[in-house]
Design a protein around this ligand. Sequence first.
Ligand code: 0X9
Ligand code: CA
Ligand code: CA
Ligand code: CA
Ligand code: ZN
Length: 420
Amino acid sequence: MYPLRRRTVTALSVTTLLFVLPVTQSATADPVTAGEAEPDSARAVYRVPETDPASRTAVNRTGALVLSVDEGTAFVTATPEQAERLRSRGMTLHRVADGPTQSQSAPARPAEFPPEDSGYHTYSETLAEIEEAATDHPGIVDSTSAGSSARGRDIPVVKISDRADVDEAEPEVLFTCNQHAREHLTAEMCLHILRRYTDGYGSNPGITEAVDNREIWIIPMVNPDGATYDVAGADYRGWRRNRQSTPVDLNRNWGYRWGCCGGSSGDPSQPTYRGPAPFSAPEIASVRDFVESRVVGGRQRITAHIDFHSFSELVLWPYGYTTADTAPGMTREQYRRFAELGNAMADTNGYTPMQSSDLYVTDGSVNDWMWAEHGILSFTFEMYPSGGGLDGFYPPDEVIQRETSRNDEAVAMLLDEAGN
Ligand code: 0X9
Ligand code: CA
Ligand code: CA
Ligand code: CA
Ligand code: ZN
């Protein structure tokens, strides 16, 4: 179990929330008119033993949200009403976080991590890292923009390859991070890949071979508004979605079988709100446009993809919208390829491999769209830690190096497989 932190996520009661909201909003200049009533941190956290894929999907359908799963034990955020409903269906919920855990007089922070977590990169520090990589390695780094976030922040895309300024006929691989605001360790994962495949070029033979024979695309922060909002308060906010006027769960906004199957919410106040239409979130429309721009001569050049999330230490593959292994666009043979590669990658990092719907059903998630619409071998990695409540989103910066390099072999394996 993850050790308790000095700085914990505030789990506010509804009354407390109403009390602090105006202060919080004026401090951030990031007003949001709807959906604000229920950040996950305003709900209580419960430990729920002995869950299975069906019961976890049922939990999410009430509007409660599964945060993590470790050997069947789930941690869930829920309102009192949602918790009551789950109990009336025979589930056991142990409340583990209760009421405010942070002094309400703590000063609001600007868009920065608390000093003890300064090893994490803010949005502007992320831009600076990209700049630095491009300056230090001019021939092999090229950075562009996928588009703009809801609040006008650029969503940078970095390319790493020999002759980076030329579109060569090399298999292309995409890494995306930080769709969910509070999953800050994932942005570090993308920055780690960026540093590793640039600093190691010319000295590390495996890295040199990959950079010479692949085109590596990295999007370190799909959700820069949400990531910034999550840290710009007196405490971490436990924020998941983007910062549109009605916030959207970006990993429910993708267009393949969007909203089909009870794996997202149509209620704007819920954490898995899918938005009013597929690709309604500008961040997701931007990443979609980027991926579509890689269709050259009628062929999608990106062959493999990892979308990094936290947490639970899992390797997940499509489909997420159905519990069936095979479905339209997923033959038995294709499923086996996902499962084999997923298992092989999990052998290298100690994560648990499974089809994503074995965690719980989702619709409108990124892997389903990448695979069904573009034939991209698309995985989700849920990073460290393996279980726990809201604190699991905020591991201390001391673990960044260990937990990002933990995926070096898996990343190398995917880059290799992208040529097959
Ligand atoms: O719910 C999500 O979008 C991902 N988990 S997270 O805790 N990071 O929010 C999991 C997406 C994987 N897909 C499915 N489970 N179907
Ligand atoms: Ca620290
Ligand atoms: Ca090249
Ligand atoms: Ca190319
Ligand atoms: Zn996530």
